[in-house]
Structures are given as C-alpha cells and as structure tokens.
Write a protein that binds this ligand. Structure first.
Ligand code: ARG
Length: 561
C-alpha cells in the first residue's frame, strides 16, 4: 500500500525506511495513517504540517495514487490520512480469493536446514521441551509457506554425559539391555545425575563410560542402542501429540563419523591449537565487545564435546544438502555455544558459505516468574500438563458438550501454542494456565471458536460464495477488509524476522474484527442478495486465511467447540 509513499520519500531524502502506513485507529476517518512526518520534519528541520502538505501534493502527482486512494490529506499537526477506494479494496480481495496463497509474492527460494526440538535422549520430557519444538515447527511451516526448500532435523541430544550416567545406573541395578523400560530410564537418570553432583568419583566413572561409548565400546553400544530406541519412541509420541514432525531424526551420535574428516580439514587450515592438553580453536576477533573464548574441540582425555558434534553436523549437512542457511532453535542461553560453532564454521573452507542463525527462545515461566510448575508443585511432565489443561477447559460450564478425545487434543494444543506463539520467541513468558484455557481473550480456544462460528455461517449459505462486488457496507465490514489486506506484509515480516508472534497477533486481530462484524451484520436473515453474497464471500475468504494462519501456528482445528 505504501509504494507511492516510498517513491516520494526516496525523492525527498533518498531513503524510504520511514514509509510505513499504519492501519488507522479511527476507521471512520481513514483507512491508513502515516505519522512519519514528525521524524522526517525533525531530520529536515521543517514544520511537520507544511512537510505533510508537500508530501500529499507529491503523492497526488503519481498516477497510481489516484487509482488506489480516494482521499489523501494532511491533518493537524502533520499526520497524513489515506482512504482507499472501495473498488480497489475489493479488487485486491478478489485476487486474494482466487490466486494461490492469497496472491502473495514469494521470496527467492533457498535451501534451509532447520534444527529444532533437540530433546535429550534418556532424560524425562518436561515443559522446557515444548518451546523449541513449537517455535521451530511454526518457523519451519512459515519457511515452507514462503516457498523455501526446507529440511527439518530434530538433532537429538543423544551422546552426552547423560547416556554414560544412565548406563552406569543400569549396570548398578544389573539391568541388561533387553530389560530396559521407559519407566526404569525415567527413574535412573535423576538418581544418577543427583549422585554425580554429590560424588565426583561417580561422575568420573560416568564420564569414562561416555568416552568409551563414543570410542565404540561394544557393550556400551548395546546399551546405547536400546536406550535410544526406547527414549526415541517416547520423544516421538510427544512430538506427534504436538503435530511436530521432522524429515531427519539425527542426533549428536550421528555426527561422530564425520569428526575425522573435519579434524583433517581443520588441521590442513591450521585452525586447531593445543591448550593444556586439550585441542581448541581460537575464534576471538578484534571487534568483539565481549570475550569470546575458544571452542574446545577435544578434551585432554580425548572426548569430544557439544561444539565438536555441532561443527561435524554442519559439515554433514553441507555434504548432504548444500544448504544456503541453517537455523537453530534452542534455549537462548546457548547463545555463546552457537556463536563459537558458527565462527569456526565460517573459517572452515567447506562450510564457510553457509549462513547459520541462532534463533534463541526464552523460557516458559509460572505466575511467580520462575520456570513453570503444576498445581502439584512439580516441574510438570508433559502428559500431566496436557491433562490439567483439558480439565480446566472442561470445568467451564460453557463446555458441557461431549467432546471426542481428538477434539480435546486439538483444544489443548491450541491453548499451549497460542499462549506461546503470541509472545516473541526470544522473550520469557508467563504461562497462566487458567487464562489461556478460556474461550475469551487472546487465547487459542477463542480463535478456534471464532473460526468454527464463521465456518458455520458459510456452510449454511454456501450457495452465496461468489465474487465481491465494488461495495463496502459499513465500518465493521470495511475494517475487516482492510485488515485482510495486511496478510502479505504480515507473512513477509514473519519470514524476515523468523518469528511467529506477528502472525499470531495478526490472526487474533482478524478474529476480533470477525466477531464485531458478526455481531453487527446479521447474515442469516438478510434479504438483500447482493449484500448477502458480498458478506458470505468476505467471510469465506476470512476463514480460509484463518485456516492457513492456524496451520502456520501448528494449531489443528477441532470438529466442534
Ligand atoms: N539437545 C540440546 C539441549 O537440550 C538442544 C540441541 C539444539 N541443537 C543443536 N544443534 N545444538 O539443549
């Protein structure tokens, strides 16, 4: 909508970054508002009102302005108001309704590996695992929607100290690999990890087991295979419940076979140095404002670390997929780790052209601001959390219908995901389970409810879905139409910033407007067929947009609510 404004600002100050049109908060007066005049006036030492008038004159000299806008005016103290022509609005909406993906332009296609989920094998799953899975899945879907060639890898944490600890615990209890169960695993890990904190001797033994496992010890490998199999099933169950899926189920352990080649190439480039018996790679640069310590590539006991496997994994991805980019979604406290790994990858000839980005996520907190706990006070196992949400939703007397399990699962998912994705990825947020389970307010159930209600109107009036005429009937109608025109910008912003919160908020705003539309414009008993056609057609487009946005936010639609 702002092409002409961009052109004018470029002419005036050689840049167009300020050329942003906001949807007006006075829809009775205009559709969009430009308030950049003030910043601009300051820059140019001019009076905002005069400057605004000049901009308006220049805008009106551009032929396309006059096709789009019926009114462009500067108002006191310097805002510029824009009103689109009804015909132009409806022409755009008709194109959105008939062309693929609502007629948005797609960015250049690239190959992107996206690494998210990252659950740790053999450790019980809890709320902390939700966020990187949900955020990652949503970003993956956005990338695909925008035409990118995407490969999703879960990158399990499957070769760290926890495996050595669990093997140690199993052996202590004389459990052979064929007797391992999920239940036993979930008890053993916390027990041994606690012991290791108290007793450095035991920790040392566990470290040795881990190292020998990595070196190929046959007995430990037997244990490892079984642990991996059982734990993976459990992890997969959680991801399935959440609608999170991966193309690749690789993990740290799969990177090991690439380490010898990586080491060779690093040595050829003289990048590895000895430091107190360990092998390290220096990556600090003169321009650093904080100290970036070297990446430890191999410990003095010969063991490889998290950074080593991540580097070897980039190497593997380059061999297999030649990606332009790799995105990583994990707890933002891993920032330094990724900075180190990415810097080494940029030095290594083979991987230097890949652009790696770390998209860190904040934690999910309880109302007390500390990591989320259930009513029972524990860090909730995921299954308990899902049940708690189900019960809270059902305890609302509004909901006495008989839901199928599948519908309830959709609703639980909507609660969790809409709570999560409406917040910027990198921020902590407070998971208020009661608030987010309600059918009113900025919640998943509210969005689903709005969708289903609108869908019902369309179903009852299907024969009216057609093309929009040139008419817009009232302010509620107009506001909804103007909002829908923002889809392309919302998608491009989500793509550019690799975050879903803008889309979640855009979706919520659409739903608020649909509800206002619904309350003020009664369709079912309308006798004016032209109006009825226009409104049903508008709602049809709206539900299709809601449907795609829900999918991008990983929210599945229940059959009823
Ligand atoms: N397993 C890691 C953790 O739980 C997350 C993995 C993130 N991805 C990666 N390539 N390092 O912290």
């Amino acid at each position: 909508m702002n092409e002409e404004l961009k052109q004018v600002l470029k002419e005036m100050i050689e840049e167009d970054t300020l050329a942003e049109l906001k949807i007006s908060n006075r829809p009775d007066l205009c559709d969009y508002q430009f308030d950049g005049t003030f910043a601009l006036a300051k820059k140019m030492h001019k009076n905002p009102l005069e400057l605004g008038e000049t901009i308006v004159i220049k805008l009106k000299e551009i032929p396309t302005s006059n096709e789009k806008f019926v009114k462009i005016e500067c108002v006191h103290p310097g805002f510029i108001n824009f009103t689109l022509s009804d015909a132009y609005i409806n022409d755009l909406l008709n194109q959105m309704a008939t062309k693929e993906k609502f007629n948005i332009t797609l960015p250049k296609q690239e190959t992107i590996v996206i690494d998210y989920g990252g659950a740790n094998v053999a450790k019980p799953l809890h709320v902390g695992h939700l966020r990187p899975a949900i955020v990652g899945e949503s970003i993956k879907r956005i990338l695909k929607y925008m035409g990118q060639n995407v490969i999703a890898d879960v990158h399990l944490g499957d070769y760290g100290l926890q495996i050595g600890q669990v093997i140690y615990g199993l052996q202590q209890e004389k459990i052979t690999p064929d007797k391992i169960t999920l239940e036993k695993l979930s008890k053993i890990y916390p027990k041994i990890s606690g012991l290791c904190k108290e007793n450095p001797e035991i920790k040392k033994v566990c470290e040795t087991i881990t190292k020998e496992l990595q070196d190929g010890n046959v007995e430990y490998q037997e244990y490892f295979k079984e642990i991996l199999k059982i734990s993976k099933q459990d992890i997969k169950k959680m991801y399935d419940y959440l609608g999170v899926s991966f193309d690749l189920w690789l993990g740290e352990s799969d990177a090991y076979k690439y380490i010898p080649d990586v080491t060779k190439e690093l040595n050829n480039q003289n990048l590895i140095q000895e430091s107190e018996g360990a092998k390290v790679i220096h990556i600090a640069s003169d321009t650093d404002t904080t100290e970036i310590p070297p990446l430890i590539y191999q410990k003095s006991n010969g063991a490889y670390l998290y950074g080593t496997t991540d580097l070897a994994t980039i190497y593997q991805r380059e061999l297999d997929y030649k990606p332009n980019k790799i995105f990583y979604i994990a707890d933002k406290r891993q920032n330094l780790h990724f900075t180190q790994v990415f810097r080494v990858a940029k030095k290594l000839e083979r991987t230097k052209n890949i652009d790696c980005e770390f998209l860190g996520n904040g934690t999910i907190n309880g109302k007390d601001g500390k990591p989320f706990k259930t009513r029972a006070g524990d860090t909730p196992k995921l299954e308990n959390l899902f049940n708690e949400i189900k019960n809270i939703f059902l305890s609302d007397e509004l909901h006495n219908e008989n839901y199928t399990e599948k519908d309830l699962d959709c609703i639980v998912n909507s609660v969790i995901k809409f709570a999560d994705l409406q917040n910027s990825r990198e921020k902590e947020y407070i998971f208020d389970i009661e608030k987010f389970s309600k059918t009113s307010g900025k919640t998943g159930p509210y969005i689903l409810y709005t969708y289903l209600r609108t869908k019902k109107i369309i179903k009852n009036n299907e024969q009216f879905v057609d093309k929009l005429s040139k008419t817009i009937y009232n302010v509620h109608d107009r506001e909804l139409r103007i909002k829908l025109l923002g889809l392309e910008d919302a998608l491009h912003l989500a793509f550019k910033t690799r975050t879903s919160s803008g889309l979640a908020n855009f979706l919520y705003e659409i739903c608020v407007l649909v509800n206002a539309f619904y309350e003020n414009n009664h369709i079912n008993n309308l006798e004016d067929n032209k109006k009825k056609t226009d409104w049903v057609t508008l709602l049809d487009l709206t539900t299709k947009i809601i449907q795609d946005l829900l999918d991008l936010l990983v929210i599945e639609i229940p059959s009823k609510m």
